[in-house]
Design a binder for this molecule. Structure first.
Ligand code: AMP
Ligand code: ZN
Length: 118
């Protein structure tokens, strides 16, 4: 999508430092981090959310990228949270499918949207 910020980041139209990248997905740090580590993983192809018609291979690539991102960000052994906000009640603000990988400090309990924590 031409007006989608994550499409522009994935294509390189908006420059970003890639934490991880492969044929299917790109990972980059969140612009408004909610913890010392807050990285987003997005598919190169636009899907609006997990509720979209997302091919199995893309879903697999997104999840396979999670431990690679955790390793790259230094939280593989300390732990991290993986979040996919979907739709209005979750507060999804960017309608390009993405996975949040959050860590680097104790995150507490509960199913909390990153932007509303602390
Ligand atoms: P969500 O609320 O799940 O849709 O999360 C969208 C996330 O994208 C938020 O945490 C934003 O801070 C982040 N974000 C928005 N624009 C950018 C950008 N240009 N670069 C990096 N992260 C962004
Ligand atoms: Zn997009």
């Amino acid at each position: 999508m031409s007006d989608c910020v994550f499409c522009m980041i994935a294509s390189g139209e908006i420059p970003s430092a890639h934490v991880y990248a492969d044929d299917d997905v790109v990972a980059f740090d969140d612009i408004a981090p909610q913890a010392p580590v807050h990285t987003l993983i997005v598919p190169r192809v636009h899907y609006s959310s997990i509720a979209d018609e997302v091919p199995d291979g893309i879903l697999l690539a997104l999840l396979r990228a999670v431990p690679a991102v955790a390793e790259a960000k230094g939280v593989a052994s300390s732990g991290y949270r993986v979040i996919m906000n979907t739709g209005d009640d979750a507060g999804q603000t960017v309608h390009h499918l993405h996975v949040h990988v959050i860590g680097g400090r104790p995150l507490g309990e509960g199913m909390v949207r990153p932007a509303e924590r602390e």
